[in-house]
Unconditional design. Sequence first.
Length: 287
Amino acid sequence: MSVSGLRRRLACPSLSAARLCGFAAGVVFALGIAPTDSHCETLRTGGTGAAVGMLQQLSAAFSAHDLDTKLEVIPGLGSSGAIAAVADGALDFAVAGRPLKPDEAVKSLTSVVLARTPFGLASSYPAPGNIASRDIAAFFLNPTAAWPDSTRVRIILRTRDDSDTSTLGAAFAGMLAAVEQLRQRAEIPIAVTDQDNVRIARQVEGALTAVSLTQVVTESPYLHFLAIDGVEPTLENFERGTYPYGKDLFIVFPARNKPAIERLVAFIRSPEGEKLLRETGNLAAQP
């Protein structure tokens, strides 16, 4: 979606947003509590598809915590689209799966790590087992690779510019070259978005793809992670450092941000916010 298209889409508040604000205001007045403002402020956000499920749960929790503020999650933007929308003023903040690029950093934007999530290999096959990290590139390239019951391994790739492609290439030796070779095979699907990735992985027998724990927890619990070097990508193993492969999620906002964003960040860093992050497969970043 273009930034101009997003601006047109957001020009008028949705009926659901208006109803939520009205309900929240009604509760406040019924309790005899004077609100700080006469209306709900809406923070609009979007970004990497991996974080959409987490953001939706954060939206509900933060709106219950701060009755004067509603968090509206716009899906389908991706990191680059959401960052561009923040720079243009169409979004209040973005959650990106990568740091700012040099041409983005000069646009008066601030980027800080919001959370970290384990990153690994997942399959629709119910018991994919273990793989040594040194063997992953060769496993991807092997056209006859199969799961223990002889089900064929079917690779799913991401686009070249997707942050998961970069994360996968940086994590395992030889993977960038392996992925480029695999792009020459016409039968291998290329998922454009994070949501496409898990949808295809669920539907394809024996699928193998790279994905973050937070997306599997919030969207696709029927995918199964491989252990790597004998260690599963659980939040506990990631926190202990025994599972080393992870992905940073960045919050991106204008240098002159709104007070409501500061309240949101404070909520995320509170015990309640950190608990929500853990429940959605993330570790809170240290301030």
